[in-house]
Write a protein of this length. Structure first.
Length: 215
């Protein structure tokens, strides 16, 4: 590779891995041998792809404890085969107990959705966030500060994505079949590291409304 800087940033992760290999080697609990045989996480995390919000570090969990799906602005789009496939595996194969949608304040995707700028192909993805804005336009427009505006939409977007998850056939059928599953909405504060519960937890389809709850 000609570009020295480029080479160095890749080397850094290979070097970094040596520390991890040593850590795994020194572990006496046998958990890495167990993990090599399979995973049994109880948590399924849907977070933003942003590099500042890693699921394990933020939640004090270890490899094997959290099944993770991340995309721009932690969206749960009903026709997204990627999200649906991960969700189906999490619920029907791994039998997770909790699904956590984790947004974060200062989300670039959410901020971008509040402008009329074009950013390229992502504009079509951002439309899903703009749809959330449309539902809550009055509340968001009442806020003048751009940062606060974004952060309000971050919270409302998490709640909307929690609702979207609950109405998927996968979660609906899990509840219909009497399977214990809770869907939570949270927001991360990057500057303090806090994971804030938005108190928008669903554990059944009873409160989802007529057309959204499968019989
Ligand atoms: Co983000």
């Amino acid at each position: 590779m000609g570009n020295k800087k480029l080479e160095l940033s890749f080397k850094k992760i290979l070097e970094g891995n040596k520390g991890w290999v040593d850590f795994v080697k020194e572990d006496k609990t046998g958990r890495f041998q167990q993990l090599a045989a399979g995973q049994h996480p109880e948590i399924f995390w849907i977070g933003c792809a942003d590099s500042r919000v890693p699921a394990n570090e933020i939640t004090g969990t270890k490899p094997g404890e959290v099944f993770v799906h991340r995309n721009i602005a932690n969206m749960c789009v009903h026709s997204d085969m990627n999200m649906l496939s991960v969700l189906d595996y999490a619920v029907n194969v791994l039998h997770v107990k909790h699904i956590v949608v984790a947004g974060h304040y200062g989300c670039g995707g959410v901020a971008a959705s509040l402008s009329r700028e074009q950013f390229g192909i992502i504009d079509n993805w951002l439309c899903h966030i703009k749809d959330v804005y449309r539902i809550h336009a009055e509340e968001i427009d009442a806020i003048k500060d751009p940062t606060e505006k974004t952060n309000k939409l971050v919270e409302l977007n998490v709640k909307e994505q929690v609702f979207n998850l609950c109405t998927t056939s996968i979660v609906q059928n899990a509840w219909k079949n009497g399977y214990d599953l809770a869907v939570h909405g949270t927001v991360i504060r990057i500057d303090t590291g806090e994971l804030l519960d938005l108190d928008t937890t669903f554990t059944s389809n009873e409160t989802l409304g007529k057309v959204f709850a499968f019989k």
